[in-house]
Write a protein that binds this ligand. Structure first.
Ligand SMILES: NC(=O)c1ccc[n+]([C@@H]2O[C@H](COP(=O)([O-])OP(=O)(O)OC[C@H]3O[C@@H](n4cnc5c(N)ncnc54)[C@H](OP(=O)(O)O)[C@@H]3O)[C@@H](O)[C@H]2O)c1
Length: 281
């Protein structure tokens, strides 16, 4: 199996590095191209055997599975350019949420899948969201999910829920890191504990809490009950959080979804169905 990566920025290089480190792929299986070629040349020198293609078309031609690790507004140009060399048996994987399966299926003759990865895959953890297109058969689905199982927990989601699912799995690490940072900064200000010590304690706590919840041992609600004795310290702090954060998460979801809708509108305009159908064959 040959795997191509178009775009080797933050996520493209993360996927390449983690697939290689986990043993999911060998370097000789990988072809990659990037607008700024230096990034691919650097990756090739880190991973002997990885082929640094000069063009995206070359990446597409050399690969059975092609990852598009670019931003939404870059899709149209890249797809138009690779389209002449894409064949029906190839699988193209988009890693970005607003680009819809229908956009890609109408623009390319191949199998389409959307897989939203997460920075947590750096530690071989976190959910990778799998949204398979209509042309993917069971074997294709298993093939890409098997690849992702080396670095994550692949979870199938409906495309309608891509955005909210990504809020948790791919934006979530940034949100939680923000909370921890604010909490640590307050601890340093109020008590004099060092930032390093507080960050270490908070990180260990987060890891343990994540394991408890992910392994299904407790629900978020049960966890709070187990820790918070009525009238005790934790209960008082939970009451404070409850009143201070009222409505924040509704607003958070509104913000992420508004940006998503804006990207989606732009993509719908670019991938106009009539125009794409005419160009397809
Ligand atoms: N960051 C995350 O945690 C995360 C998680 C899940 C999904 N995603 C999605 O992944 C996508 C990529 O995000 P990112 O964080 O990896 O962005 P990024 O670091 O900016 O990487 C994008 C890469 O695409 C390259 N590129 C742009 N146009 C190109 C073209 N025509 N041909 C080849 N390469 C091209 C850029 O090249 P240059 O070097 O020239 O800039 C850059 O290296 C986004 O849509 C994002 O929503 C990100």
């Amino acid at each position: 199996m040959k795997v191509g990566f178009i775009g080797t920025g933050s996520m493209g290089s993360l996927l390449i590095n983690t697939f290689l480190a986990s043993g999911a792929l060998d370097a000789y299986q990988i072809t990659a191209s990037n607008r700024t070629r230096e990034k691919v040349v650097n990756l090739a020198s880190l991973h002997p055997g990885l082929y640094p293609a000069k063009t995206n078309r070359e990446t597409a031609e050399r690969s059975n599975i092609v990852f598009l690790c670019i931003k939404p507004h870059e899709f149209k140009e890249v797809i138009e350019y690779i389209k002449p060399v894409v064949t029906p048996d190839q699988i193209i994987i988009s890693i970005t949420s607003p680009v819809q399966i229908r956009h890609l299926e109408s623009a390319l003759p191949c199998k389409i899948t959307k897989i939203i990865p997460s920075i947590t895959h750096l530690t071989g953890s976190g959910a990778s969201l799998c949204i398979h297109g209509n042309r993917m058969n069971d074997e294709d689905k298993q093939r890409v999910e098997m690849l992702f199982s080396y670095i994550s927990r692949p979870i199938r989601v409906e495309e309608t829920y891509t955005r909210i699912s990504s809020d948790f799995s791919s934006c979530g690490p940034a949100f939680v890191a923000f909370f921890l940072e604010q909490w640590v900064e307050a601890a340093v200000r109020k008590t004099g504990i060092t930032s390093d010590e507080a960050t270490r304690l908070a990180s260990e706590m987060l890891l343990g809490t994540g394991k408890l919840l992910a392994e299904g041992a407790v629900t978020p609600s049960q966890l709070q009950e187990r820790v918070a004795v009525p009238g005790g310290i934790t209960a008082k702090a939970l009451n404070l959080l409850d009143s201070s954060l009222a409505g924040v998460f509704d607003q958070l979801i509104q913000v992420t979804h508004a940006k998503y809708e804006k990207d989606l509108e732009a993509l719908d305009a670019e991938f106009g169905a009539g125009e794409i159908n005419r160009q397809q064959y």
